[in-house]
Design a protein around this ligand. Structure first.
Ligand code: 5GP
Ligand code: MN
Length: 337
């Protein structure tokens, strides 16, 4: 393991740095990565952000997005950068399986690995760790890393502030989850002072849907939503054909599950989507109900207590039936409070 003084010494001279983040990056994955990128380039490092897969168009406006390398599209270039890196930052994930095939390249790399993350149960692959499950976003931890640990707060310029604000805003549900503490609001206020245009960022992320995406959402809500009142649970399942019918692209299913959770009395919601290779689940819960436990136990996944995900190799209908059959075991918890 590296100590903080050792890490500071390492970062005091120009390094070849790779920043990577989880499969299907979301606002926090890209916000924390591009925020850290914007900081590190000011220190004279050679930096690349490598994502395992592509990510939604509503995140493409972020500063320095043009410098991102997508592993599935530029495999060789990404593999070379990982092998040649002296430092690899792993943001918003803590098990190498979350970055697909890139994970084994990162594991094999000789670089020092820095994990900045807020998920449960980290795997032991890193040399230095900023890890706090109470942080509302990896972007919050990047902010604290730059300001408190590296004492470089003055390098948080408008670009860095905008990215970090985006990560905090998206992962805290626009500052409404319980993870959005008073300290998170103070950090957000600092980021606004440093140049983050909060109204503009909100608009760029949330008011940027294609017509198809909104019609797809409407279709899910009117035709596909199943409300299981006996279990305070709502499920939306979507087939490959339905995705194709609405020309669905990366990001179009993002947020759909939250509408199911917003029904009064609903404590658990799942979006179950048939992708080309497997069936993916996005599970959300309210209060103390452990969505991550269900994902871990039955669907080879995990996540946070109230926002988790998993996958299955079984056919869509079987996955939906399996999900419903699990509810009986949780009935008491689902009906409590
Ligand atoms: P989403 O439903 O938005 O894809 O994911 C919500 C959260 O669940 C993510 O932030 C991540 O923590 C977790 N998650 C989603 N899919 C997986 C998965 O396949 N494995 C694990 N371990 N966590 C996941
Ligand atoms: Mn996150």
């Amino acid at each position: 393991m590296l100590t903080l003084p050792e890490l500071k010494t390492l970062l005091a001279s120009p390094q070849h740095i790779v920043i990577t983040t989880h499969h299907k990056p979301d606002g926090d994955a890209m916000g924390s990565s591009l925020g850290l990128y914007g900081y590190l380039i000011q220190k004279g490092h050679h930096v690349k952000v490598i994502t395992p897969t592509d990510y939604p168009a509503f995140l493409h406006w972020m500063p320095n997005n043009g410098d991102v390398i997508i592993f599935t599209e530029q495999h060789e270039e990404a593999a070379r950068l990982v092998a040649e890196a002296s430092v690899i930052f792993c943001l918003d994930f803590n098990t190498l399986s979350r970055i697909n095939e890139l994970g084994e390249l990162v594991r094999a790399a000789s670089a020092k690995k820095i994990m900045i993350d807020h998920h449960l149960e980290p795997e032991d692959f890193d040399d230095y760790r900023c890890w706090d499950i109470n942080a509302c976003a990896a972007a919050q931890l990047v902010y604290e890393f730059i300001v408190n640990q590296l004492q470089d707060g003055e390098l948080i310029n408008k670009d860095v502030a905008s990215c970090l604000y985006t990560g905090i805003m998206t992962d805290s549900g626009s500052f409404r989850f319980s993870s959005a503490t008073a300290e998170v609001y103070r950090i957000a206020a600092n980021l606004i002072d440093l140049g983050a245009d909060q109204a503009k960022i909100h608009e760029l992320v949330y008011d940027n849907s294609s017509e198809n995406r909104l019609r797809f959402l409407g279709y899910c809500l009117s035709n596909k939503l199943e409300v299981l009142r006996d279990y305070n649970t709502a499920i939306i399942s979507v087939t490959k054909e339905e995705l194709a019918q609405y020309n669905s692209i990366t990001g179009d299913t993002e947020g759909v599950v939250n509408y199911a959770l917003s029904i009064n009395g609903i404590r658990l919601a799942a979006l179950i989507v048939e992708r080309t290779d497997k069936v993916k689940l996005s599970v959300r819960s309210t209060g103390v109900f452990p969505a991550n436990e269900i994902c871990k136990k039955y669907f080879n996944g995990g996540g946070h207590r109230n926002a988790a995900g998993g996958a299955s190799e079984k056919p869509l209908n079987d996955v939906v039936s399996e999900f419903k059959s699990i509810l009986e075991d949780y009935k008491e918890q689902l009906l409590a409070g």
